[in-house]
Design a protein around this ligand. Structure first.
Ligand code: DC
Length: 227
């Protein structure tokens, strides 16, 4: 018996996916699956081992033994790498670029797809990433593609990093966001793009609560159709 629907939320960085996905999961009492955190943890492990983010053979060897878990600690999503809580370390700007680089490599994607599908197979999940509706769960009952202008996404990212005490400047953050968009959209493997049946939401002028309300309405309509 399935626990519930699969809700896929894709889109570029800074579109607000994490905030709204977590809130949606909380409201529906669903699991929250942050697939970006998994790519970030893989990039961190490669760095620790001195493995290049662009070397498929070395990454394949690393992935054969890779252990990543996503858990809730006091209601907060945490990422474990071989049991160690790396939730803070994977949010550093270097790991954003590292995650984007390792995510273009087949052995890394295959390893993480398997983990993600295992976590989602019972349904009752809100999964966010770049390829959830297109590749990981093409059968998802609800698919969203959340977007916003690069300027607004860069501003949100600056605020997030400054909130963590990091000194970041807007212009370089905007360049980083635009480079990552290009790399994620242009890679051969599971590129970032909306699924043909995704509902596209522009969050540029919406608050996270407003986006959640839109998502809940679409989910309720889909649930009505499935009944
Ligand atoms: O969502 P995020 O910023 O934490 O993701 C970090 C990088 O990981 C992103 O630039 C691309 C990659 N990624 C991916 O290729 N596929 C996913 N499903 C999630 C993330």
């Amino acid at each position: 018996m399935k626990r519930g629907c699969i809700i896929a939320i894709d889109g570029p960085s800074g579109a607000g996916k994490s905030t709204v996905s977590q809130e949606l999961a909380r409201r529906l009492n669903y699991l929250y699956l942050d697939t970006g955190a998994m790519y970030r943890a893989a990039a961190l492990q490669a760095k620790r081992l001195g493995v290049s983010w662009d070397d498929p053979q070395e990454l394949a060897r690393m992935c054969a033994k890779l252990e990543i878990d996503l858990v809730l600690k006091k209601g907060k999503p945490c990422t474990l790498l071989f049991g160690e809580d790396v939730s803070e370390a994977i949010r550093m700007p270097e790991m954003s670029m590292g995650a984007s680089r390792v995510s273009a490599q087949q052995p890394v994607r295959e390893k993480l797809w398997e983990l993600q599908r295992r976590i989602g197979r019972e349904g009752g999940i809100v999964a966010e990433g770049r390829d959830i509706g297109t590749v990981v769960f093409p059968e998802a009952e609800c698919k969203f593609y959340l977007d916003a202008t690069p300027e607004v996404r860069a501003r949100r990212r600056c605020e997030e990093l400054r909130g963590k005490g990091l000194a970041v400047d807007y212009t370089s953050t905007l360049e980083e966001v635009q480079k990552r968009d290009r790399d994620d959209q242009q890679r051969a493997l599971a590129p970032l793009r909306p699924a043909p049946d995704a509902v596209i939401i522009d969050s540029t002028d919406l608050t996270p609560d407003e986006v959640v309300e839109v998502l809940l309405r679409v989910v309720a309509e889909a649930a009505g159709r499935l009944r």
